[in-house]
Write a protein that binds this ligand. Structure first.
Ligand SMILES: *[C@@H]1O[C@H](CO)[C@@H](O)[C@H](O)[C@H]1NC(C)=O
Ligand SMILES: *[C@@H]1O[C@H](CO)[C@@H](O)[C@H](O)[C@H]1NC(C)=O
Ligand SMILES: *[C@@H]1O[C@H](CO)[C@@H](O)[C@H](O)[C@H]1NC(C)=O
Ligand SMILES: *[C@@H]1O[C@H](CO)[C@@H](O)[C@H](O)[C@H]1NC(C)=O
Ligand SMILES: *[C@@H]1O[C@H](CO)[C@@H](O)[C@H](O)[C@H]1NC(C)=O
Ligand SMILES: *[C@@H]1O[C@H](CO)[C@@H](O)[C@H](O)[C@H]1NC(C)=O
Length: 385
C-alpha cells in the first residue's frame, strides 16, 4: 500500500471525524449549565416559529383541532365548538424580519379565536395540539399575547388525562389596570376528588404578573420534573407545585375558548377575541422506546460536552417598539446550523431562518458528503496505485 494511499485514508478519517464533530447537542438540551449542581437534561426538542409560518397544513408538528361538545360536557352555559376557521396563520409580511407588519395587519403569529356569537348553543373556539404524544418531563415555553376582551380562557398546557395535566391559564375577565393574574393549575387525583375543580386543591395559584399580558408578547414556561412543576414568566420563577405531579407521557395543547361559565371563562366575549402565539419551544424526554434506545446508543455516558444549554429567555420576546426586530428574535436550536442532530424535525419551508443545515436534511447530507468524500478518495487512490 503506498504512503499516498495511507495518507488518503487518514485524510478520509480526519474529514469524517471533522464532519461528525460538526454536530452539536448530540446528547440533548439542558436547563441550566451541566457544570452546575442544579440542571436537567432532555433528549428531544420541538420548536415552532409561528412568526414565519404561513401554512398550517404543512407538517409543522401541530394539528388544529375540530370537535364539538355540549354545554353539559363543557360544564358551562354554552358548549364549545373547536373549528378550523378559528385557527389562523398570520406571519410577518417581511419573512426576513422578526417585527413589522403581518400579512393581515394584526399581531403576527398563530391566531386562536374565541367567537362572540354563539351558534346552536356553542361558542366557536380555536385549538391546536402537538402531534407528538410522547412528552415525558420537559421544559415547555410559549411566546404569546392574550386577548383584552373579557369572557375568554386562553391556555397553554400539557395534557395526559383529567388527573394528569399542567396548565397555564388566562381569564381575560381578570385583567384590568391593577390586576394581571395568571392561573397556575395541576389537574391531579386531588382535583378529581374535588369534582375536577383544582381551585380546591393546593395545586392551584392565581399569580399576579408584573406586566399586562394583553399589552405585549411574553414567554410563559413550565419545567416539569419528577415530583415537581416550576412555572415561569419571562424567565422569572413564579411558583413550584409538588403534590401529585404527573408521571406519564402526554402532549401539548394551546387553546382559546369560552363557555359562559361565570366562575371561570365567563363570556361569551362582546366581540371576537384573539390570542396570538409567536412561538412554542419544547425540550423533553420521550416515552417512545425507539427514541430512548437511539439516544442511549449515540450517547452512552450522557457526555456533558455534547449537551447544549437552553438559553433562558429573560426579557419579553416582544416585537413592539424601536428594537422590536431584536427583542422578538429569540434563540432556536432549529435555526442554528448542526444543533439538532438526530432530532425529529418538522417542515417550515417558508422560514428563511430555519436551519435546514442543522436539521434532518443536513444530518443526511453531511453523512452523504462524508460517504461521497470516502468514495472519491478511494477512487483517487485506486487510480494512483
Ligand atoms: C435551574 O437553576 C435554578 C437556580 O439554581 C433552579 O432553581 C432550578 O430548579 C434549575 N432548573 C432545573 C430544571 O434544574
Ligand atoms: C431525561 O433523559 C435523560 C437520558 O436518559 C436522563 O439523563 C434525564 O435524567 C432525564 N430527565 C428527566 C427529568 O427525567
Ligand atoms: C387574512 O385575510 C384573508 C383575506 O381577507 C382571510 O381569508 C384570512 O383568513 C386572513 N387571515 C388571518 C390570519 O386573519
Ligand atoms: C431584522 O433583522 C434581520 C436579522 O435578524 C434582518 O435580516 C432584517 O433585515 C431586519 N429587518 C429590519 C426591518 O430591520
Ligand atoms: C391518567 O393516567 C394515569 C397514568 O396512566 C392513570 O394512572 C390515571 O388513572 C389516569 N386518569 C384518568 C382520569 O384516566
Ligand atoms: C380588577 O380585577 C380584580 C379581579 O381580577 C377585581 O378584584 C378588581 O376589583 C378590579 N379592579 C377594577 C378597578 O376594576
Amino acid at each position: 500500500m503506498s504512503a499516498w494511499f495511507r495518507r488518503s485514508v487518514s485524510l478520509l478519517l480526519l474529514s469524517y471525524s471533522a464532519s461528525t464533530a460538526l454536530a452539536f447537542c448530540e446528547c440533548g438540551y439542558s436547563v441550566n449549565s451541566t457544570s452546575g449542581p442544579d440542571h436537567s437534561v432532555f433528549t428531544e426538542l420541538q420548536e415552532t416559529d409561528f412568526l414565519h409560518i404561513s401554512d398550517l397544513t404543512d407538517d409543522i408538528g401541530w394539528r388544529p383541532q375540530v370537535y364539538k361538545i355540549s354545554r353539559e360536557q363543557a360544564r358551562g352555559s354554552y358548549g364549545k365548538n373547536a373549528q378550523l376557521e378559528n385557527v389562523l396563520a398570520n406571519p410577518l409580511k417581511d419573512k426576513n424580519s422578526w417585527a413589522g407588519p403581518s400579512v393581515n395587519d394584526s399581531d403576527a403569529g398563530l391566531q386562536l379565536w374565541a367567537r362572540s356569537q354563539p351558534e346552536d348553543d356553542t361558542i366557536g373556539m380555536g385549538e391546536v395540539a402537538s402531534e407528538r404524544t410522547d412528552m415525558w418531563y420537559g421544559s415547555f415555553r410559549v411566546g404569546m399575547k392574550m386577548s383584552a376582551v373579557p369572557g375568554t380562557c386562553g391556555a397553554f398546557f400539557w395534557f395526559r388525562n383529567n388527573t394528569q395535566e399542567i396548565d397555564m391559564e388566562f381569564l381575560s375577565k381578570q385583567f384590568n389596570e391593577t390586576s394581571n393574574p395568571i392561573n397556575l393549575v395541576l389537574q391531579s387525583p386531588a382535583s378529581q376528588a374535588a369534582g375536577f375543580d383544582a381551585q380546591y386543591t393546593p395545586n392551584f395559584d392565581v399569580y399576579p404578573l408584573p406586566f399586562n399580558p394583553t399589552e405585549g408578547f411574553h414567554e410563559y414556561r413550565f419545567d416539569w420534573l419528577p415530583g415537581r412543576v416550576s412555572f415561569y414568566a419571562d424567565g422569572q420563577w413564579l411558583r413550584d407545585m409538588t403534590l401529585e405531579t404527573p408521571d406519564s407521557p402526554g402532549h401539548l395543547v394551546l387553546n382559546h375558548w369560552s363557555n359562559g361559565d361565570p366562575l371561570w371563562s365567563a363570556g361569551p366575549p362582546a366581540e371576537d377575541a384573539v390570542m396570538t402565539v409567536s412561538y412554542v419551544k419544547a425540550y423533553f424526554n420521550s416515552s417512545d422506546p425507539d427514541r430512548i434506545s437511539k439516544y442511549d446508543k449515540r450517547c452512552d455516558n450522557g457526555d456533558r460536552d455534547k449537551v447544549c444549554q437552553i438559553p433562558d429567555q429573560i426579557t419579553a420576546p416582544d416585537p413592539a417598539g424601536a428594537n422590536g426586530n431584536e427583542t422578538a428574535r429569540t434563540y432556536f436550536f432549529t435555526q442554528d446550523k448542526e444543533h439538532t442532530p438526530h432530532q425529529i424535525l418538522y417542515d417550515a419551508p417558508d422560514n428563511p431562518f430555519y436551519s435546514g443545515a442543522g436539521g434532518r436534511q443536513s444530518v443526511i447530507s453531511s453523512s452523504f458528503s462524508a460517504a461521497a468524500v470516502a468514495c472519491i478518495l478511494v477512487l483517487v487512490s485506486l487510480v494512483a496505485l
